[in-house]
Design a protein around this ligand. Sequence first.
Ligand code: 48N
Length: 317
Amino acid sequence: MAPPVATETLSSLGFMPTKAINGKGLVKLNGAKTLEDMVDRWESFNFDPIRESQVSRAMTRRYFQDLDTYAESDIVIVGAGSCGLSTAYMLGKARPDLKIAIIEASVSPGGGAWLGGQLFSAMVMRKPADAFLSDLGVPYEDEGSYVVVKHAALFTSTLLSKVLSFPNIKLFNATAVEDLITRPSDKGDGNVRIAGVVTNWTLVTMHHDDQSCMDPNTINAPLVISTTGHDGPFGAFCVKRLVSMNQIEKLGGMRGLDMNTAEDAIVKRTREVVPGLIVGGMELSEIDGANRMGPTFGAMALSGVKAAEEALKVFEQ
Ligand code: 48N
Protein backbone atom coordinates (compact mmCIF):
# COMPACT_ATOMS: atom_id res chain seq x y z
CA MET A 1 0.00 0.00 0.00
CA ALA A 2 1.49 3.36 -0.96
CA PRO A 3 2.61 5.45 2.04
CA PRO A 4 0.00 8.08 3.00
CA VAL A 5 0.80 11.48 1.55
CA ALA A 6 2.27 13.63 4.33
CA THR A 7 -0.10 16.28 5.65
CA GLU A 8 2.19 19.10 4.65
CA THR A 9 2.31 17.71 1.10
CA LEU A 10 -1.47 17.61 0.89
CA SER A 11 -1.85 21.16 2.13
CA SER A 12 0.90 22.34 -0.24
CA LEU A 13 -1.22 20.82 -3.04
CA GLY A 14 -4.17 22.93 -1.91
CA PHE A 15 -6.04 20.15 -0.08
CA MET A 16 -6.95 20.68 3.60
CA PRO A 17 -6.63 17.30 5.35
CA THR A 18 -9.58 16.76 7.69
CA LYS A 19 -9.97 14.44 10.66
CA ALA A 20 -10.16 10.78 9.72
CA ILE A 21 -13.79 9.63 9.46
CA ASN A 22 -14.57 6.06 10.57
CA GLY A 23 -10.84 5.38 10.24
CA LYS A 24 -10.88 6.48 6.60
CA GLY A 25 -8.65 9.45 5.88
CA LEU A 26 -10.46 12.00 3.75
CA VAL A 27 -9.32 15.29 2.34
CA LYS A 28 -11.66 18.24 2.28
CA LEU A 29 -11.77 19.44 -1.33
CA ASN A 30 -12.43 23.10 -1.95
CA GLY A 31 -15.98 23.42 -3.15
CA ALA A 32 -19.64 23.85 -2.19
CA LYS A 33 -19.98 20.46 -0.51
CA THR A 34 -17.33 18.54 1.37
CA LEU A 35 -16.73 14.83 0.97
CA GLU A 36 -17.34 14.61 4.69
CA ASP A 37 -21.02 15.33 4.07
CA MET A 38 -21.31 12.13 2.06
CA VAL A 39 -19.44 9.50 4.02
CA ASP A 40 -21.75 6.94 5.62
CA ARG A 41 -24.79 8.75 4.30
CA TRP A 42 -24.80 7.14 0.85
CA GLU A 43 -28.27 5.66 1.27
CA SER A 44 -29.70 9.16 1.20
CA PHE A 45 -27.20 10.36 -1.44
CA ASN A 46 -28.41 11.80 -4.75
CA PHE A 47 -27.12 14.20 -7.40
CA ASP A 48 -29.04 17.37 -8.16
CA PRO A 49 -31.68 16.61 -10.86
CA ILE A 50 -30.94 17.39 -14.54
CA ARG A 51 -32.54 16.95 -17.94
CA GLU A 52 -30.37 15.45 -20.73
CA SER A 53 -31.06 18.43 -22.95
CA GLN A 54 -29.47 20.68 -20.32
CA VAL A 55 -26.20 18.75 -20.70
CA SER A 56 -26.41 18.95 -24.47
CA ARG A 57 -27.11 22.67 -24.42
CA ALA A 58 -24.33 23.30 -21.87
CA MET A 59 -21.84 21.73 -24.27
CA THR A 60 -23.12 22.88 -27.65
CA ARG A 61 -23.91 26.47 -26.65
CA ARG A 62 -20.35 26.97 -25.46
CA TYR A 63 -18.70 25.10 -28.35
CA PHE A 64 -20.52 27.02 -31.04
CA GLN A 65 -19.90 30.28 -29.21
CA ASP A 66 -16.18 29.38 -29.23
CA LEU A 67 -16.31 28.59 -32.95
CA ASP A 68 -17.91 31.99 -33.52
CA THR A 69 -15.38 33.78 -31.31
CA TYR A 70 -12.32 32.12 -32.84
CA ALA A 71 -13.54 32.24 -36.46
CA GLU A 72 -11.35 35.36 -36.52
CA SER A 73 -8.26 34.57 -34.47
CA ASP A 74 -4.98 36.45 -34.09
CA ILE A 75 -2.90 33.29 -34.07
CA VAL A 76 -3.67 29.67 -34.91
CA ILE A 77 -1.33 27.02 -33.55
CA VAL A 78 -1.56 23.74 -35.48
CA GLY A 79 -0.68 20.77 -33.29
CA ALA A 80 -0.84 20.58 -29.48
CA GLY A 81 2.33 18.60 -28.95
CA SER A 82 5.16 19.71 -26.65
CA CYS A 83 6.26 22.45 -29.04
CA GLY A 84 2.80 23.76 -29.84
CA LEU A 85 1.78 23.81 -26.19
CA SER A 86 5.06 25.49 -25.17
CA THR A 87 4.42 28.13 -27.83
CA ALA A 88 0.89 28.67 -26.55
CA TYR A 89 2.10 28.92 -22.94
CA MET A 90 4.62 31.63 -23.80
CA LEU A 91 2.11 33.56 -25.93
CA GLY A 92 -0.66 33.19 -23.36
CA LYS A 93 1.60 34.78 -20.74
CA ALA A 94 2.99 37.51 -23.02
CA ARG A 95 -0.14 38.59 -24.86
CA PRO A 96 -3.42 38.01 -23.01
CA ASP A 97 -5.00 40.39 -25.55
CA LEU A 98 -4.45 38.01 -28.49
CA LYS A 99 -7.04 35.40 -29.47
CA ILE A 100 -5.18 32.11 -29.93
CA ALA A 101 -6.80 28.96 -31.33
CA ILE A 102 -5.02 25.62 -31.04
CA ILE A 103 -6.13 22.96 -33.53
CA GLU A 104 -5.27 19.41 -32.51
CA ALA A 105 -6.12 16.41 -34.69
CA SER A 106 -6.11 13.90 -31.87
CA VAL A 107 -8.78 13.66 -29.20
CA SER A 108 -5.91 13.74 -26.69
CA PRO A 109 -3.52 16.70 -27.00
CA GLY A 110 0.13 16.28 -25.99
CA GLY A 111 1.54 14.63 -29.09
CA GLY A 112 4.57 12.48 -28.36
CA ALA A 113 5.27 13.92 -24.91
CA TRP A 114 3.32 11.55 -22.68
CA LEU A 115 6.32 9.22 -22.37
CA GLY A 116 10.05 9.92 -22.26
CA GLY A 117 10.87 7.43 -24.99
CA GLN A 118 10.03 3.85 -25.96
CA LEU A 119 7.34 3.59 -23.28
CA PHE A 120 9.73 4.72 -20.55
CA SER A 121 8.07 7.36 -18.36
CA ALA A 122 10.95 9.63 -17.28
CA MET A 123 11.53 12.65 -19.55
CA VAL A 124 14.98 14.11 -20.18
CA MET A 125 15.60 17.75 -20.99
CA ARG A 126 19.09 19.10 -21.58
CA LYS A 127 20.04 22.37 -19.94
CA PRO A 128 19.20 25.22 -20.37
CA ALA A 129 15.65 23.86 -20.94
CA ASP A 130 15.42 23.46 -17.15
CA ALA A 131 14.62 27.19 -17.15
CA PHE A 132 11.35 26.40 -18.96
CA LEU A 133 10.48 23.71 -16.42
CA SER A 134 11.17 26.13 -13.55
CA ASP A 135 8.98 28.78 -15.19
CA LEU A 136 6.24 26.20 -15.64
CA GLY A 137 6.60 24.90 -12.08
CA VAL A 138 7.45 21.30 -13.01
CA PRO A 139 9.81 19.61 -10.50
CA TYR A 140 12.83 17.77 -11.88
CA GLU A 141 15.99 15.99 -10.79
CA ASP A 142 19.20 17.81 -11.67
CA GLU A 143 21.77 15.54 -13.27
CA GLY A 144 24.37 18.18 -14.15
CA SER A 145 24.11 18.94 -17.86
CA TYR A 146 20.54 17.70 -18.06
CA VAL A 147 17.46 17.31 -15.88
CA VAL A 148 14.90 14.54 -15.56
CA VAL A 149 11.17 14.95 -15.00
CA LYS A 150 9.97 11.87 -13.14
CA HIS A 151 7.13 11.29 -15.61
CA ALA A 152 6.67 12.89 -19.02
CA ALA A 153 2.95 13.09 -18.26
CA LEU A 154 3.75 15.40 -15.33
CA PHE A 155 5.35 17.85 -17.79
CA THR A 156 2.64 17.56 -20.43
CA SER A 157 -0.32 17.65 -18.06
CA THR A 158 1.09 20.67 -16.21
CA LEU A 159 1.80 22.50 -19.49
CA LEU A 160 -1.63 21.58 -20.86
CA SER A 161 -3.45 22.70 -17.73
CA LYS A 162 -1.64 26.05 -17.71
CA VAL A 163 -2.38 26.62 -21.44
CA LEU A 164 -6.05 25.70 -21.04
CA SER A 165 -6.39 28.09 -18.11
CA PHE A 166 -5.59 31.14 -20.26
CA PRO A 167 -8.89 32.91 -21.10
CA ASN A 168 -7.60 33.96 -24.53
CA ILE A 169 -6.64 30.46 -25.69
CA LYS A 170 -9.08 27.83 -27.02
CA LEU A 171 -8.15 24.24 -27.83
CA PHE A 172 -10.15 22.58 -30.59
CA ASN A 173 -9.09 18.92 -30.35
CA ALA A 174 -10.28 16.01 -32.52
CA THR A 175 -10.10 18.65 -35.23
CA ALA A 176 -7.63 18.55 -38.11
CA VAL A 177 -6.16 21.33 -40.19
CA GLU A 178 -6.68 19.96 -43.69
CA ASP A 179 -5.58 22.97 -45.65
CA LEU A 180 -4.28 26.52 -45.37
CA ILE A 181 -6.04 29.77 -46.25
CA THR A 182 -3.86 31.86 -48.57
CA ARG A 183 -3.78 35.35 -50.00
CA PRO A 184 -1.59 36.69 -52.83
CA SER A 185 1.75 37.77 -51.41
CA ASP A 186 2.06 41.52 -50.74
CA LYS A 187 5.20 41.44 -52.92
CA GLY A 188 3.23 40.62 -56.09
CA ASP A 189 5.70 37.80 -56.76
CA GLY A 190 3.09 35.13 -57.45
CA ASN A 191 3.68 33.59 -54.03
CA VAL A 192 1.24 33.58 -51.17
CA ARG A 193 1.01 34.56 -47.57
CA ILE A 194 -0.83 32.34 -45.11
CA ALA A 195 -4.03 33.85 -43.76
CA GLY A 196 -5.63 31.10 -41.70
CA VAL A 197 -6.50 27.42 -41.67
CA VAL A 198 -9.10 25.06 -43.08
CA THR A 199 -10.42 22.58 -40.53
CA ASN A 200 -12.61 19.54 -40.28
CA TRP A 201 -13.42 16.86 -37.75
CA THR A 202 -10.35 14.60 -37.89
CA LEU A 203 -12.44 11.54 -38.67
CA VAL A 204 -13.91 13.36 -41.65
CA THR A 205 -10.46 14.47 -42.81
CA MET A 206 -9.27 10.87 -42.66
CA HIS A 207 -12.15 9.65 -44.83
CA HIS A 208 -12.37 12.12 -47.69
CA ASP A 209 -11.29 9.26 -49.98
CA ASP A 210 -14.14 6.99 -49.05
CA GLN A 211 -16.92 9.47 -48.25
CA SER A 212 -18.44 12.17 -50.42
CA CYS A 213 -16.57 15.37 -49.78
CA MET A 214 -17.67 16.90 -46.51
CA ASP A 215 -16.78 20.54 -46.79
CA PRO A 216 -14.58 22.02 -44.10
CA ASN A 217 -14.73 24.95 -41.75
CA THR A 218 -12.29 27.87 -41.67
CA ILE A 219 -10.46 30.12 -39.22
CA ASN A 220 -9.02 33.42 -40.45
CA ALA A 221 -5.79 34.50 -38.76
CA PRO A 222 -2.88 36.71 -39.86
CA LEU A 223 -0.44 34.23 -38.35
CA VAL A 224 -0.32 30.43 -38.23
CA ILE A 225 2.27 28.55 -36.17
CA SER A 226 2.66 24.96 -37.32
CA THR A 227 4.05 22.38 -34.93
CA THR A 228 2.67 19.17 -36.38
CA GLY A 229 5.66 16.97 -35.64
CA HIS A 230 7.53 14.62 -37.96
CA ASP A 231 5.42 11.51 -37.71
CA GLY A 232 1.87 10.38 -37.12
CA PRO A 233 -1.02 10.35 -39.59
CA PHE A 234 -0.69 14.07 -40.28
CA GLY A 235 3.00 14.61 -39.51
CA ALA A 236 4.66 17.70 -40.97
CA PHE A 237 1.30 18.67 -42.45
CA CYS A 238 1.85 22.35 -43.23
CA VAL A 239 5.33 22.02 -44.76
CA LYS A 240 4.08 19.21 -46.99
CA ARG A 241 1.19 21.48 -48.05
CA LEU A 242 3.67 24.25 -48.89
CA VAL A 243 5.39 21.83 -51.28
CA SER A 244 2.11 20.73 -52.88
CA MET A 245 1.11 24.37 -53.42
CA ASN A 246 4.59 25.13 -54.86
CA GLN A 247 5.56 27.55 -52.13
CA ILE A 248 8.71 25.57 -51.37
CA GLU A 249 10.44 23.28 -53.84
CA LYS A 250 10.85 20.14 -51.75
CA LEU A 251 11.29 18.86 -48.22
CA GLY A 252 14.78 18.34 -46.83
CA GLY A 253 13.68 15.14 -45.07
CA MET A 254 14.52 14.37 -41.45
CA ARG A 255 18.04 13.02 -40.93
CA GLY A 256 19.29 10.31 -38.54
CA LEU A 257 19.47 10.68 -34.79
CA ASP A 258 22.12 13.03 -33.41
CA MET A 259 20.99 14.69 -30.18
CA ASN A 260 23.65 17.37 -29.99
CA THR A 261 23.20 18.47 -33.61
CA ALA A 262 19.42 18.12 -33.72
CA GLU A 263 18.36 20.10 -30.67
CA ASP A 264 20.49 23.17 -31.39
CA ALA A 265 19.33 23.19 -35.02
CA ILE A 266 15.62 22.90 -34.25
CA VAL A 267 15.67 25.77 -31.77
CA LYS A 268 17.86 28.03 -33.92
CA ARG A 269 15.87 27.40 -37.12
CA THR A 270 12.38 27.95 -35.63
CA ARG A 271 11.15 30.74 -37.89
CA GLU A 272 8.61 32.15 -40.33
CA VAL A 273 9.15 29.93 -43.38
CA VAL A 274 6.68 31.76 -45.61
CA PRO A 275 4.85 35.00 -44.79
CA GLY A 276 2.22 34.22 -42.17
CA LEU A 277 3.53 30.74 -41.28
CA ILE A 278 5.99 30.02 -38.49
CA VAL A 279 7.18 26.41 -38.14
CA GLY A 280 8.58 24.92 -34.94
CA GLY A 281 9.34 21.60 -33.28
CA MET A 282 9.98 18.44 -35.20
CA GLU A 283 8.03 19.59 -38.26
CA LEU A 284 11.09 21.73 -38.93
CA SER A 285 13.29 18.65 -39.31
CA GLU A 286 11.24 17.69 -42.34
CA ILE A 287 11.58 21.03 -44.09
CA ASP A 288 15.25 21.63 -43.23
CA GLY A 289 16.59 18.10 -43.27
CA ALA A 290 17.59 18.46 -39.63
CA ASN A 291 18.61 15.48 -37.57
CA ARG A 292 16.22 13.96 -35.09
CA MET A 293 17.08 13.99 -31.41
CA GLY A 294 15.07 11.02 -30.17
CA PRO A 295 14.01 10.93 -26.48
CA THR A 296 15.04 14.36 -25.29
CA PHE A 297 12.57 17.24 -25.20
CA GLY A 298 14.45 20.45 -24.41
CA ALA A 299 14.39 21.53 -28.04
CA MET A 300 10.61 21.18 -28.16
CA ALA A 301 10.13 23.49 -25.21
CA LEU A 302 12.66 26.06 -26.38
CA SER A 303 11.52 25.89 -30.00
CA GLY A 304 8.15 26.87 -28.56
CA VAL A 305 9.77 29.79 -26.76
CA LYS A 306 11.42 30.89 -30.03
CA ALA A 307 8.23 30.42 -32.05
CA ALA A 308 6.41 32.65 -29.57
CA GLU A 309 9.17 35.23 -29.86
CA GLU A 310 8.92 35.18 -33.67
CA ALA A 311 5.15 35.56 -33.41
CA LEU A 312 5.46 38.55 -31.09
CA LYS A 313 7.70 40.25 -33.66
CA VAL A 314 4.86 39.96 -36.17
CA PHE A 315 2.42 41.58 -33.76
CA GLU A 316 4.86 44.29 -32.74
CA GLN A 317 5.26 45.40 -36.41
O1 48N B 1 4.68 15.76 -30.36
P1 48N B 1 4.41 16.09 -31.78
O2 48N B 1 4.45 15.01 -32.79
O3 48N B 1 5.38 17.25 -32.33
P2 48N B 1 6.33 18.26 -31.56
O4 48N B 1 7.18 18.88 -32.60
O5 48N B 1 5.54 19.12 -30.65
O6 48N B 1 7.23 17.31 -30.62
C1 48N B 1 7.99 16.32 -31.23
C2 48N B 1 8.46 15.38 -30.14
O7 48N B 1 7.33 14.72 -29.55
C3 48N B 1 9.34 14.33 -30.74
O8 48N B 1 9.06 13.83 -31.82
C4 48N B 1 10.51 13.85 -29.91
C5 48N B 1 11.37 14.99 -29.43
N1 48N B 1 11.23 12.87 -30.69
C6 48N B 1 12.02 13.17 -31.66
C7 48N B 1 12.54 12.05 -32.49
O9 48N B 1 13.68 12.12 -32.94
O10 48N B 1 11.76 11.05 -32.63
O11 48N B 1 2.96 16.80 -31.82
C8 48N B 1 2.38 17.16 -33.05
C9 48N B 1 0.89 17.28 -32.83
C10 48N B 1 0.23 15.91 -32.60
O12 48N B 1 -0.55 15.96 -31.42
C11 48N B 1 -0.64 15.71 -33.83
O13 48N B 1 -1.87 15.05 -33.56
C12 48N B 1 -0.91 17.14 -34.25
O14 48N B 1 0.30 17.83 -33.98
N2 48N B 1 -1.16 17.32 -35.69
C13 48N B 1 -2.20 18.03 -36.18
N3 48N B 1 -3.21 18.67 -35.57
C14 48N B 1 -4.11 19.28 -36.36
N4 48N B 1 -4.06 19.28 -37.72
C15 48N B 1 -3.04 18.65 -38.36
N5 48N B 1 -2.99 18.66 -39.69
C16 48N B 1 -2.06 17.99 -37.59
N6 48N B 1 -0.94 17.27 -37.88
C17 48N B 1 -0.41 16.87 -36.71
